[in-house]
Write a protein that binds this ligand. Structure first.
Ligand SMILES: [Zn+2]
Length: 281
């Protein structure tokens, strides 16, 4: 799909705080072979780029991380023309150096989720009768290197020294970790813990999309702090304090991402050598 003809070429999966004040937002509903995404897509223009915003938990924040229809979300974004996705998210810091207010752009991911559909290639026929083949994606480097470098540059441009790289472990939730789990995660050298980064990243890769995670630390995880453990109030408070500058960084990053046709990263080669068996939107 040519860039000019697409409804959007860049997708942002995040909360309503990222698009609610944009001028001229168009809301569209998109159906997918996997059901409905978390919410409508909200289309807007930013730095001359067409962007589709998708509230990950729904606009009322009603869908918990383990119930999000990640497949529908990624499929819906691709179906309107999106080829690069920015995924801001709130995480816990596993070590004291990554305290509240830290922005970390991870380069690695560990999946500790339990119950989530995490592939499009599961042998289930699509409504059009096509059947996905068995496909094993290369996922050694789960994030787009070009998108990572754009996100890091955008953060530095706003005076926010980001952490360049680190491992995000994704837990099933919705509960927070026990102290033992948290200390275990830290002892393995992992940096931050979240609940939505998987399977978002791998599903993006399966669709040949660039995916960049931008992890805002809202709290120290249970093993790294001395109080009573993570509370939801604390998470919301720190997120609220940082959402404005995260939005500025995000918007600068949107403007700095390569044009769709100029992408030359490993994400664009995800399907090389594979017969998918299905037509991607
Ligand atoms: Zn890429």
């Amino acid at each position: 799909m040519a860039e000019t003809n697409s409804a959007a070429t860049i997708g942002v999966i995040g909360g309503s705080g990222f698009y609610s004040f944009l001028d001229d937002v168009t809301e569209i509903t998109v159906e997918t072979p996997y059901g409905a995404p978390s919410d409508s897509l909200f289309l807007g223009e930013l730095a001359g780029r067409k962007v589709a915003f998708l509230p990950r938990h729904g606009r009322e924040h009603r869908t918990p991380p383990h119930r999000i229809n990640y497949r529908a979300n990624l499929w819906a974004l691709r179906s309107v023309g999106v080829r690069q996705v920015l995924g801001p998210c709130a995480v816990g810091g596993l070590v004291p150096e990554h305290g509240p207010g830290t922005l970390l752009v991870p380069d690695q991911l560990v999946d500790r989720t339990k119950s989530r559909a995490q592939t499009f290639f599961d042998g289930e026929p699509l409504p059009d009768g096509s059947v996905p083949n068995v496909v094993h994606m290369t996922f050694a480097d789960p994030y787009c290197p070009a998108g990572r470098s754009v996100a890091l540059g955008a953060a530095r441009g706003r005076g926010w020294e980001p952490v360049d790289g680190g491992t995000m472990v994704v837990i099933e939730g919705p509960r927070f970790s026990t102290r033992a789990e948290s200390r275990w995660h830290a002892a393995l050298g992992w940096s931050v813990v979240g609940m939505t980064g998987h399977p978002e990243a791998v599903l993006a890769r399966e669709l040949g999309l660039c995916y960049t995670s931008m992890a805002l630390v809202t709290d120290l995880d249970a093993g790294a702090e001395a109080g009573e453990g993570v509370s939801h109030e604390e998470v919301l408070r720190v997120f609220g304090e940082n959402v404005d500058r995260l939005r500025e960084v995000l918007f600068d990053a949107v403007g700095a991402l390569p044009k769709t046709a100029d992408r030359d990263c490993l994400c664009t080669r995800a399907h090389d050598g594979w017969d998918l068996g299905i037509e991607l939107p």
